[in-house]
Design a protein around this ligand. Structure first.
Ligand SMILES: [Zn+2]
Length: 374
């Protein structure tokens, strides 16, 4: 039986995306912090494949190629003798597709070809940027992928340009911007970004990265309302960061502007219980495709799949080892607390307020003003 495509799956219920690749691979020692190198697909293919497989086992419907920041101009950008260029975009993308195909085969998952922003757009102009996007599209042409997804764009004009090249593949197109309260890099509002993304002809629009689940839900509500006002019907996607960062809500670059970025963010990682709550709220808001970005780990995706199991009419593959909110396995626990029935409920866990374990740790910090990407 041929596998169901993205649009059919979206019409039938929630689609669950995967979590962070680049950021998680960096933590595991397979990417360089700061530049977030994509070479792991060639240098440590087994590490990339293992992480893909963990997301698939957690219930992801999609395996996204680990090709973030793999355009030739980005590979050459900010590199020198400490971070040399060891591979080209074409070879990285080919390897990324092969790994995604292997992992996707395990659970009838869809393969998503990723597109990310290119430095040429700002430094050299539209023609040079188009060339990079066209090369990326060409790399995906014969790789048997199911749809394409642009992520992390902070300039509506750049994602519009990227979309025009993505569309040449004749596959479903998803566009995501890393926008929050203040809109894009030039201050174009969330509402205008939403309508302009939709008008490129993309099938799914929304946000990813930079902001946490709560800020992202506020942005998604604005996107939904803006599209409704224009009588535009589109599927919605969001893939927030796995870090809780309400203090970064007003900063255009979200959690990247926090002083803890990138080495001290760990205490902010959302719990699997918070991931449950977010999946429910996102689905009820009308978000059709729910996944995760930087900071997300497989157990967060598992929470999405467990929470939305009734709508999806199936449990994630990991159900043989895991149950939502403890479940039956807790009955055999060695601790008396875990054996209590009252502890195995969503209400109990929703009531827990996790501590950081650091007596002098503040609840929030101040974003660094003026921080920008360049
Ligand atoms: Zn991210």
């Amino acid at each position: 039986m041929p596998k169901k495509g993205l649009l059919q799956r979206l019409s039938e219920g929630p689609v669950i995306g995967d979590g962070s690749m680049c950021y998680t691979l960096e933590k595991r020692g397979y990417a360089k912090c700061g530049v977030f190198t994509p070479e792991a697909v060639v240098e440590y293919p087994e590490a990339v494949l293992q992480l893909h497989r963990e997301y698939v086992r957690s219930g992801a419907d999609v395996v996204q190629t680990a090709a973030f920041y793999s355009s030739d101009d980005k590979l050459a950008y900010h590199r020198n003798e400490t971070v040399e260029i060891s591979h080209c975009s074409a070879s990285l993308n080919k390897a990324a597709c092969e790994l995604a195909r292997k992992a996707a085969a395990q659970n009838d998952c869809l393969i998503a070809g990723g597109f990310s922003p290119v430095p040429s757009f700002r430094d050299e102009g539209e023609a040079a940027a188009r060339k990079e996007f066209a090369k990326q599209a060409e790399a995906y042409r014969d790789e048997n992928i199911d749809f394409v997804i642009a992520e992390f764009f902070h300039d509506i004009a750049e994602i519009e340009l990227c979309a025009s090249e993505m569309k040449k593949l004749n596959l479903p197109v998803i566009l995501c911007m890393r926008i929050g309260k203040t809109g894009d890099v030039n201050g174009v509002s969330v509402e205008e970004c939403a309508v302009r993304m939709a008008k490129t002809g993309a099938d799914v629009v929304g946000t990813n990265c930079s902001f946490d689940c709560n800020t992202t839900l506020k942005t998604m509500r604005r996107i939904k309302d803006a599209l409704r006002k224009e009588n535009i019907n589109k599927y919605l996607i969001c893939q927030p960061t796995g870090f809780l960062c309400p203090d970064a809500e007003d900063h255009p670059n979200g959690f990247f502007a926090l002083p803890e970025y990138p080495l001290c963010l760990d205490p902010r990682i959302m719990t699997r219980v918070e991931a449950h709550k977010f999946a429910r709220e996102a689905w009820e808001l009308g978000v059709n495709y729910i996944g995760g970005c930087c900071g997300f780990e497989p157990h967060h995706i598992r929470s999405f799949a467990e929470e939305l199991a009734p709508e999806r009419k199936r449990n994630p593959p990991v159900h043989d080892m895991a149950r939502a909110f403890g479940g039956d396995f807790f009955k055999n626990s060695l601790t008396s607390e875990m054996r209590k029935e009252s502890l195995r409920t969503a209400e109990h866990w929703y009531g827990i307020r996790p501590a950081s374990g650091r007596p002098f740790s503040p609840a929030m910090t101040e974003p660094v003003s003026g921080m920008k990407f360049q």
